[in-house]
Write a protein that binds this ligand. Structure first.
Ligand SMILES: [Ca+2]
Length: 493
């Protein structure tokens, strides 16, 4: 890589704002001095018409010759250029000398659960669904080539959640854009997940008066019981259920004896919520409408996603409500719609029209593979919003489409991370968080040095600290004996 880019002047930077790029309005280009470990850079703001806002940051010295684009979370709606850590964070690349870009995916909102922008707004839905990333990539390439007087030698995309969906969408539909892609916790079947699955989990926890049945006060009891039942089934008692598929916890074991109630047991209604959550959505005929349920071992994260906490409402029901009102159906039912109206018999089939715009479910990666690009997918086994089974199912189907495990292994690998929250956002659980691993280095080594990731090192930075490899699916890091806090005690098997 050429690290010897010449220092770019104020004039060079400001002149970018005058560039003519098709379908694009550039708004400003200004120099930002070195700060907080970020190199001095030229900051370019603009939008692809009608409203795909973006920010591009171009290091003025020490450009590594490469481009790093990140995705956005939920319904996006903000240019979160100062996002910390790894998840959907452009500065993760900028800090390493990349020219970096991010986008709001085509609209403004108050936060990632706000979908009011999508009410009768098909163009906005198309932009959020498929168009934002390839369009901002196109503009970024033009700006990079103008600023450095040569194009990027390598291009990478990293995104988590909706960003993971965007990542897989790029690999499937726009395979020429990137040499390497990281898809984290991908919400790849968006309509199946955010309409059917989240409506199911929301309906299951709503009583006849519209109130939640199972609250955060019950979570520690449930978490302890699941850990007790299943922690050791993976061969190591470490607080994590590393293989939820092997966990046989029965919620009925927590039910209060008939005629009694108390802090240390659950009501029949609460047990019913757990059964529905762990099982996942089914119709009256008993057909599974979305693969898997809430994973056992994810309970530590439920107050954020499922039950709400003392200080905040649960996130999953907000996603379901906004999505169903404004995004899920060909005709938006609008602001009076309630999640209770979603009909598990009739409505899943009505999601197909919008699903064609949103879902990154294709298993055909042949064009991506043919241009010698590389894909790293990661997902947490303890993800209680974008639940992990759909990702494993997709990866297995894509593996079959690629001609088998050996073929897939040449260009795409999946890493299932034990105890990992959605995108590793919370450090509160028993496993690592998003600061505990570095998939970008693994991808660079694969793309640029031909070294495929036999495993990815991870480190838990909170107490109790540990280091451990995470292995390419279907392998698992198995404890070989010795100190369970050090990576050398584990092997991929
Ligand atoms: Ca365990």
């Amino acid at each position: 890589m050429a690290g010897a880019a010449h220092a770019q002047s104020t004039t060079d930077c400001a002149a970018l704002a005058g560039m003519a790029i098709p379908d694009t309005n550039l708004l400003s280009a200004t120099l930002v001095p070195e700060r907080d470990g970020l190199p001095a850079h030229c900051r370019v703001l603009g939008y692809v018409r009608p409203a795909i806002n973006f920010e591009i940051r171009l290091p003025t010295t020490g450009w590594n010759g490469k481009f790093y684009m990140v995705g956005c979370g939920g319904f996006c709606g903000q240019v979160l250029s100062e996002r910390p850590n790894f998840t959907n964070a452009m500065n993760y690349g900028l800090r390493r000398g990349y020219a970096a870009a991010t986008t709001d995916a085509g609209h403004w909102g108050t936060g990632s659960t706000d979908a009011r922008w999508a009410w009768n707004n098909r163009q906005g839905e198309i932009d959020w669904g498929t168009r934002a990333i390839p369009e901002v990539t196109r503009v970024s390439r033009a700006v990079i080539a103008a600023f450095y007087t040569r194009g990027a030698e390598r291009s990478y995309f990293a995104g988590c959640s909706t960003g993971g969906r965007q990542a897989l969408m790029q690999a499937q539909r726009f395979p020429d854009d990137f040499d390497g892609i990281i898809a984290g916790s991908p919400a790849l079947d968006y309509t199946g997940l955010v309409a059917t699955f989240l409506a199911w989990t929301t309906q299951a926890n709503t009583d006849a008066q519209g109130r939640p049945i199972l609250t955060h006060a019950r979570v520690p009891l449930i978490s302890r019981a699941v850990t007790e039942a299943c922690d050791a089934t993976d061969g190591l008692r470490d607080g994590m259920v590393s293989n939820p598929r092997a966990c046989q916890f029965d919620p009925a074991t927590l039910q209060c004896p008939a005629g009694s109630s108390g802090e240390q047991c659950l009501s029949p209604a609460e047990v019913g919520v757990l059964r529905a959550w762990y099982r996942g959505p089914r119709n009256a005929a008993g057909q599974q409408l979305y693969p898997g349920g809430i994973p056992m071992g994810s309970e530590a994260f439920w107050p954020v996603w499922l039950t709400g906490s003392a200080t905040a409402p649960a996130v999953n029901p907000l996603f379901a409500l906004n999505f169903l009102r404004y995004m899920a159906f060909q005709e938006d039912p609008g602001e009076n719609y309630q999640v209770s109206q979603f009909d598990m018999e009739r409505d899943p089939a009505r999601l197909a029209f919008m699903g064609a715009l949103y879902n990154a479910t294709s298993t055909d990666l042949s064009r991506f593979r043919a241009r010698n690009a590389r894909l790293i997918v990661y997902h947490g086994w303890a993800d209680a919003i974008v639940t992990p089974e759909r990702t494993v199912d997709w990866f297995e189907a894509a593996t079959r489409a690629a001609g088998g495990r050996e073929q897939m292994d040449q260009f795409a690998r999946l890493f299932m991370i034990p105890g990992f929250d959605h995108c590793g956002l919370s450090p509160a659980g028993p496993g690592i968080s998003e600061t505990g691993f570095d998939p970008l280095t693994a991808l660079e080594n694969w793309v640029e040095r031909g070294q495929p990731p036999a495993s990815i090192p991870t480190t838990r930075q909170a107490e109790p600290r540990f280091s451990r490899p995470v292995c390419p699916w279907p392998q698992q890091a198995r404890h070989q004996g010795g100190d369970a806090a050090v990576a050398e005690s584990f092997a991929c098997r």
